[in-house]
Design a protein around this ligand. Structure first.
Ligand SMILES: Cc1cc2nc3c(=O)[nH]c(=O)nc-3n(C[C@H](O)[C@H](O)[C@H](O)COP(=O)(O)OP(=O)(O)OC[C@H]3O[C@@H](n4cnc5c(N)ncnc54)[C@H](O)[C@@H]3O)c2cc1C
Length: 424
């Protein structure tokens, strides 16, 4: 276990960001976007790719400060709402919606290549490992994905899996070949770098503190400046705070945790012999992947509170040993929390309020592709093609119930955790 944890995320420690100056004074623009996570940057990029250059992005902290620069780095299809629930809610349309997230994966891949974003992208797919001793779980999932989502996930048997993951915990896996994983903060920083180079104004350390109207224009105030914009897009994820009470009431900020070990050298292969990213079939699953320098990134847990890095490291280290006891004694160097924004329905919330505010949030713990999709939908609507956005209108801004909603979310997590445990 760690004697000393570094007080920064691994992603921050292993990237070299550009700095984008704070907003100072007044300026005008066509579109003001609040929040430089994947949703905000994705919207800016999709606008830029449609020819809109007059954009200002305001970020309270640094680019990628929120979930986008802290996540597991899995880039795969789907939403936080699982495929079966999506199918139950949307019927035959579910396949098309799921397909849009696969297109978003392809769009991220295209941007990485086209703009030369160096973000340690690893084309090694994602594995869903079966925690339970019941092959029917994978059989049913494989069939469902093929029949209803039109994708083929490949079956990995017990013996083959044991060659890649040296643990007795799993009883087989499904492999999603079209997925990949990357360094999410480097990707966010790369998007910001391209946007800034192409003339979009990105201002870090520029928290939006007030939103108002002057005539037809929006006025967004920061501590040292003010933006007058024709259009306003709010993409603040779980970090929205009190900026926008209407949007805040429709979202639960839920924490999840990640740790990164010291470089393991040859010892990594005593546990993990695959470049694929891995998660498992429990409701409260582990997710992990080997990093290029032989560190292991390990994530898991959901909670309504952020924990100290030491507490996160302790929890996740124990989780890791349940799967890989042979890694006992390795050092954890980084551990952190991140906030996800969850809607009651677990689908993205993308749309426009009656007062004209555009928003993109509610991507939960499965947001890398959906935020990119949301950027496309919002940019499409902002440039006169609202049909795409309309497909998500049914998942609106239902009230989450404030503190009671938070408590209910925590209880549900515990309930499903106990259910997994009983099943085990
Ligand atoms: C630990 C963790 C692991 C995850 N793992 C995965 C994964 O492996 N794969 C996957 O698909 N998804 C994963 N997710 C989910 C995914 O990261 C999120 O769904 C996605 O990044 C959300 O992006 P966003 O732009 O909506 O929000 P964020 O990335 O949180 O960005 C919001 C930004 O808004 C800024 N902001 C807030 N208020 C203001 C203000 N008033 N003024 C200016 N700026 C403001 C914040 O500082 C922040 O930078 C994970 C999430 C977490 C937390």
């Amino acid at each position: 276990m760690p004697e000393r944890l570094l007080d920064t995320t691994y992603y921050r420690a292993s990237s070299s960001p550009d700095s984008h100056s704070p907003l100072d004074g007044a300026r005008e623009c066509a579109v003001c976007i609040i929040g430089a996570g994947f949703a905000g940057l994705g919207t800016a990029m999709s606008l830029h790719e449609r020819g809109q250059r007059d954009i200002v992005v305001l970020e309270a902290d640094q680019v990628g400060h929120g979930a986008s620069g802290r996540n597991g780095g899995f880039v795969f299809g789907g939403f936080s709402l699982g495929e079966r629930d999506l199918h139950a809610a949307a019927g035959p349309q579910a396949r098309g919606l799921y397909g849009q997230t696969l297109e978003a994966v392809a769009l991220i891949r295209r941007r990485v290549r086209q703009y030369g974003i160096d973000c340690d992208a690893r084309e090694a797919g994602v594995m869903l490992a079966n925690w339970f001793d019941d092959d029917r779980i994978l059989d049913a999932q494989q069939r469902f994905m093929e029949q209803h989502m039109g994708v083929q996930w490949q079956r990995i048997g017990r013996a083959e899996l044991a060659e890649r993951l040296a643990t007795r915990r799993y009883t087989g896996a499904l492999f999603e070949p079209g997925a990949f994983h990357f360094h999410p903060l480097k990707y966010a920083q790369g998007l910001a770098r391209i946007l800034a180079r192409e003339g979009c104004a990105i201002h870090e350390h520029s928290r939006a503190i007030r939103i108002g109207r002057r005539g037809a224009a929006w006025v967004v105030e920061t501590p040292a400046g003010r933006v007058h914009a024709r259009e306003l897009v709010v993409c603040c994820g779980g970090y929205l705070g009190k900026l926008h009470p209407r949007l805040r009431a429709a979202m639960l900020p839920i924490a999840t945790y990640v740790m990164v070990t010291e470089p393991l050298g040859g010892r990594l292969a005593s546990a993990i012999r695959t470049g694929s990213a891995v998660y498992d079939t429990r409701f409260a699953f582990d997710y992990y992947r080997a990093l290029p320098d032989t560190r292991l990134l390990w994530g898991g847990r959901i909670s309504i509170r952020r924990r100290s890095p030491a507490a996160v490291a302790e929890l996740l280290y124990r989780d890791m040993l349940r799967v890989y006891p042979q890694l006992a004694g390795i050092r954890v160097e980084h551990a952190w929390s991140g906030l996800m924004s969850y809607a009651r329905h677990k689908m993205p919330q993308v749309g426009r309020l009656p007062d004209g505010t555009w928003y993109g949030m509610g991507f939960g713990g499965h947001g890398v592709a959906p935020t990119t999709l949301a950027g496309e939908l919002l940019a499409g609507a902002l440039t006169g093609e609202p049909e795409g956005l309309g497909q998500y209108a049914r998942w609106g801004l239902a009230h989450t119930g404030g503190a009671a909603g938070m408590a209910a979310a925590q209880l549900a997590y515990w309930y499903y955790g106990v259910r997994d445990w009983l099943r085990e």
